[in-house]
Design a protein around this ligand. Structure first.
Ligand SMILES: [Zn+2]
Length: 124
C-alpha cells in the first residue's frame, strides 16, 4: 500500500509544513528559518515516506542511508559492500547516495547513447 496518502494527511495536520509532488518526487518542507528541513524521495518509496511520517509525528530523525548507492535511473538501492567501496574510491567527495551510479539492469537496458552518457557520468 502506498504511504503517500498517509503522508498527505500527516502533512496537512502539521504546522509549517508543505508537501509537493512533482515528477514522481515527493518533497516535504517543514519548519522555519534555520530549523527548516527539506526531505524528498520517490512517491512510491514507502520505506522513506514512513520515515518522513515518523519525523513529522514524533520528530524521529531520519538516518540518511548514505551507505547505499542509488541508481540514478530507477532508484534501485545497491547495498553490496564491495560495489559501494569501489564507487566510494571513485567519488571520495560525494555522499554515497549522490554518486552517479547506475544499476546493472539499467546499464543492460540502456541504448548506446544512454550507455555512453552513463559511462561519462560515472567518470566525471
Ligand atoms: Zn537502475
Amino acid at each position: 500500500m502506498l504511504q503517500l496518502g498517509n503522508l498527505a494527511i500527516v502533512a496537512a495536520g502539521h504546522k509549517d509544513c508543505s508537501l509537493q509532488i512533482y515528477n514522481e518526487e515527493v518533497t516535504v518542507c517543514v519548519g522555519e528559518g534555520n530549523e527548516r528541513k527539506i526531505l524528498s524521495c520517490k512517491y512510491n518509496d514507502d520505506n522513506y515516506i514512513n520515515k518522513i511520517i515518523a519525523f513529522l509525528n514524533f520528530g524521529t530523525e531520519i538516518e540518511e542511508d548514505s551507505g547505499c548507492l542509488v541508481c540514478k535511473k530507477c532508484g534501485y538501492k545497491q547495498d553490496n559492500d564491495e560495489t559501494i567501496s569501489a564507487f566510494r574510491k571513485l567519488f571520495p567527495n560525494i555522499e554515497t547516495h549522490d554518486i552517479p551510479y547506475y544499476c546493472g539492469a539499467c546499464m543492460d537496458n540502456a541504448d548506446d547513447d544512454e550507455y555512453e552518457l552513463m559511462q561519462k557520468q560515472m567518470k566525471s
